[in-house]
Design a protein around this ligand. Structure first.
Ligand code: GLA
Length: 368
């Protein structure tokens, strides 16, 4: 009897590995790629690789205590460099867009790769998501935390200044994935670094995310043009499909006749988070009714991009052979607003030598 219970429990908690485990996951440009397991005492697990400092999988409990996969990713390394739409990756040096790939800093004009229509997206051709990061500290059984560092050379992808980026992931005892960023530079430059995890709290058998209930504590958003570049205005969400100040189904108004939703093919927009940027505040609550899973997002960042997997179309096959369908996941990319360097009224993304930019985002999981 006891054995039966133990083996049933093991079946429900698929072999997610022990904290501190590391396995070789593949090679990139001849260099080894390693996958690390971070696991807390209650069994919440995140697997993270050094390529792109990418979150490959996250496993959390539902209301019955069953573990399942809540983040999109691939079971093998192969598709990551060429096919991944930034699944779980750290994006930068500038996450999100820069209009026409151009900006001026201290009187000098810089030209970046144009890789999204006529605009620059997520750091260019080979952004931080396609670099192998150095591991500064490895996870252990006692401390499910890993620290990565990447030094982006002066001129890489057209950006000025050598940028040193440290990203520390921790699976906390409170069942959160905590991400701490620290950024320094040797010359004036710009930065907007975020994590691009795709979530579906319904687990592996869930299809789209339209039934998730979402609350974003944002009174305003930044409306965009058809290339998803902000107009520079801050628009009140009141009376629009962007009003998530009280919990709403993601799918409730996604099909509304609304120019902004049309431009994004759904939600692909930056929300201006209420409260003081720089202070860690609970900005977002998500609830998935079928599994009961919840996720809180806490951040020090001024904004968040809600992206509802509008470009997913069932062609990518991820964990356990699952087809990632249209709107099969959502991202909540905590960030500075898109194209901030070209908008004088947006919070600054300029970093000076001698300064350390610190930022924290926490994805905290639960169930009810
Ligand atoms: C971000 C962008 C989207 C899309 C996804 C990845 O969320 O805003 O337009 O590029 O990344 O596909």
């Amino acid at each position: 009897m006891a054995l039966a219970i133990i083996s049933a429990t093991l079946l429900l908690q698929p072999a997610m590995g022990i904290s501190g485990a590391q396995t070789s996951f593949g090679t990139f440009e001849g260099n080894p790629v390693t996958l690390y397991t971070l696991k807390n005492k209650s069994g919440m697990t995140a697997k993270i690789m050094d390529f792109g400092a990418t979150v490959v999988s996250i496993s959390t409990k539902d209301r019955k205590g069953r573990f399942d996969d809540v983040a999109l990713g691939f079971d093998t390394f192969d598709p990551y460099p060429t096919k991944s739409p930034y699944f779980g990756a750290i994006v930068g040096r500038i996450g999100n867009r820069i209009a026409k790939g151009k900006f001026t800093l201290d009187g000098k004009e810089y030209t970046l790769a144009v890789n999204n229509g006529e605009n620059h997206l997520h750091g260019g051709k080979q952004g931080f998501d396609k670099r192998i990061w150095t591991v500064l500290t490895k996870p252990t059984a006692e401390n499910p935390s890993i620290t990565f560092q990447y030094v982006s050379a002066d001129g890489e992808e057209g950006y000025p200044g050598a940028l040193t980026v440290t990203v520390k992931y921790t699976v906390t005892p409170q069942n959160a994935l905590k991400i701490d960023y620290a950024i320094t530079t040797d010359a004036r430059t710009i930065h907007n670094i975020t994590n691009h995890t795709y979530f579906n709290l319904g687990g592996k058998s869930a299809k789209d995310i339209l039934g998730h209930r979402l609350q974003i504590k944002a009174t305003q958003m930044t409306p965009v043009d058809k290339g998803l570049i902000p107009t520079g205005k801050l628009r009140a969400v009141k009376g629009t499909p962007f009003d998530f100040r009280t919990p709403k189904g993601i799918g409730t108004r996604i099909g509304a006749k609304d120019e902004q939703l049309k431009f994004g093919g759904g939600y692909d927009h930056n929300f201006v988070l209420d409260g003081k940027a720089g202070s860690l505040r609970r900005a977002i609550n998500v609830f998935e009714p079928r599994s009961g899973r919840t996720m809180e997002v806490w951040t020090t960042e001024p904004g968040v991009q809600l992206y509802t997997g509008n470009f997913l179309d069932g062609t990518l096959v991820g964990h356990g052979g699952k087809k990632y369908l249209h709107r099969g996941a959502f991202c909540l990319e905590t960030q500075h607003y898109p194209d901030s360097i070209n908008q004088k009224n947006f919070p600054s993304v300029v970093l000076n030598p001698g300064q350390t930019y610190k930022s924290t985002t926490i994805y905290k999981f639960g169930a009810r």
